[in-house]
Design a protein around this ligand. Structure first.
Ligand code: DOR
Ligand code: ZN
Length: 423
């Protein structure tokens, strides 16, 4: 008898969805079909949609160091709630992941607490130069901040950046980049910092991102290091990425739902809950990002889940720390983008599961068929859902998605055949 049979869901596949049973044994899918024999456990999923679990290549869970904001128990539960079965986490508070000892200690600390599969990035900083190679077996890539955004992980000298890119290339892991130009932002903030949301958008301008993207692409071309540019927010960045891909550079890009759903007008209206780095830009930028995620210039959808304390996220705009609590609602928000005609369900699976799996060498995910991992999400897409603050399993309970009506909700999430959310 197999461990578990999920019965009667509308099972998604490349060929379309069909009602079927899914049998799971030892963490793997062993059969998909009609009228499968009873399992030791059974779940009646009739009416629900069954999807492969998402892979979120960009979250911040703050452990170790800022467990008051989030930790891997709450963060991974929130991820499972959002339909995510694998996360790749970036430590951007102290201690940064600048050595093999640091990444080993972190994985030993956080993996036992996590309800989902966990990968991490090493920090590529001045302190880790010379140590990227020793981290290679423990990390999926190396995070570089081209400008300080949060904490002090920024690297500013071209020479240092070139050395880090070369070392990452030798280690055989990609460089993952936060692209914002420090000088442009500093100049902008000096000019506009008192103007609240509008000032923030002006200071952290499209040009601030595009300049840094150009720099990241130059470094990619010079060193040959595989480069993945995170959370793109500006039209010009999509254009630069398209050019670089046309030239054959080993580069990929990502964006987040908040850049596809909102514009600077929403930031002006909503305030601090939509304060994030890079800033949410204008409607023209949003339109280009939507086009880029559809045509594949942008490869990956990620949350950049950035938890902050409720007291912080309710502060006046200028005192409000940047970052959006979003992993709890990732898949429902992607359904909203499907409803708006920006994405299709197939594209959701491609950009938020299969593409990150390919990029980071994560095997056996993204397909509901025999031999694949039983990382699965049951979704109720029959009625809308309006999340309340208390629905968030993240410690960061203030989010622009509180009170925001979404077309679907995650009912249950399995990681390796075990219930990670919905028990
Ligand atoms: O808005 C942001 N918040 N952007 C980042 O890059 C970091 C993040 C955080 O960690 O709070
Ligand atoms: Zn981030």
């Amino acid at each position: 008898m197999v461990d578990l049979v999920i019965r009667g869901a509308r099972v998604w596949s490349d060929a379309g969805t069909r009602v079927a049973d899914v049998a799971i044994e030892a963490g793997e899918i062993v059969d998909v079909g009609a009228d499968l024999a009873r399992g030791a456990a059974e779940f009646d999923a009739s009416g629900l949609l069954l999807l492969p679990g998402l892979i979120d290549d960009h979250v911040h869970f703050r452990e170790p160091g800022r467990e008051d904001k989030e930790d891997f128990a709450t963060g991974s539960h929130a991820a499972a709630h959002g339909g995510v079965t694998t996360i790749v986490e970036i430590q951007n508070n102290a201690p940064l992941m600048t050595s093999r000892a640091a990444v080993e200690a972190k994985l030993a600390l956080v993996r036992p607490k996590a309800r989902v599969n966990v990968g991490i990035y090493g920090s590529a900083t001045v302190a880790s130069l010379g140590k990227l190679g020793e981290m290679a077996d423990y990390v999926l890539g190396y995070k570089i901040f081209l400008a300080p955004s949060h904490g002090d992980a920024g690297v500013d000298s071209d020479e240092m950046l070139r050395a880090l890119y070369r070392e990452a290339a030798r280690a055989g892991r990609p460089v993952v980049v936060h692209a914002e130009d420090k000088a442009t932002i500093e100049k902008g903030l000096a000019q506009f910092s008192t103007d609240g949301p509008r000032g923030w958008s002006r200071a952290r301008s499209p040009a601030a991102e595009v300049l840094a993207v150009e720099r990241a692409l130059r470094l990619c071309e010079e060193t040959g290091a595989r480069t993945h540019v995170f959370h793109l927010s500006a039209a010009g960045s999509v254009d630069r990425l398209a050019d670089a891909k046309a030239k054959g550079l080993p580069v990929t890009g990502a964006t987040c739902p908040h850049y596809l759903l909102f514009s600077d007008d929403d930031v002006a209206r909503v305030g601090g809950l939509l304060k994030v780095n890079p800033s949410i830009k204008g409607a023209v930028d949003r339109a280009r990002l939507r086009e880029g995620i559809r045509d594949g210039t942008l490869d990956v959808l990620e949350t950049d889940h950035a938890p902050h304390l409720p007291t912080e996220k309710s502060a006046p705009f200028n005192d409000n720390p940047s970052g959006i609590s979003s992993v709890d609602v990732f898949l429902p928000v992607l359904f909203k983008l499907v409803e708006e005609g920006v994405l299709t369900l197939d594209l959701v699976i491609e950009r938020a599961c299969r593409a990150p799996a390919r990029l980071f060498g994560i095997a056996n995910k993204g397909t509901i068929a025999r031999g694949f991992d039983a990382d699965l999400v049951l979704v109720d897409d029959r009625q809308p859902w309006t999340p309340r603050s208390e629905d968030f399993l993240s410690k960061a309970k203030l989010s622009p998605y509180v009170g925001y009506t979404l077309p679907a909700r995650v009912v249950r999430t399995y990681v390796g055949g075990r219930v990670a959310f919905g028990d």
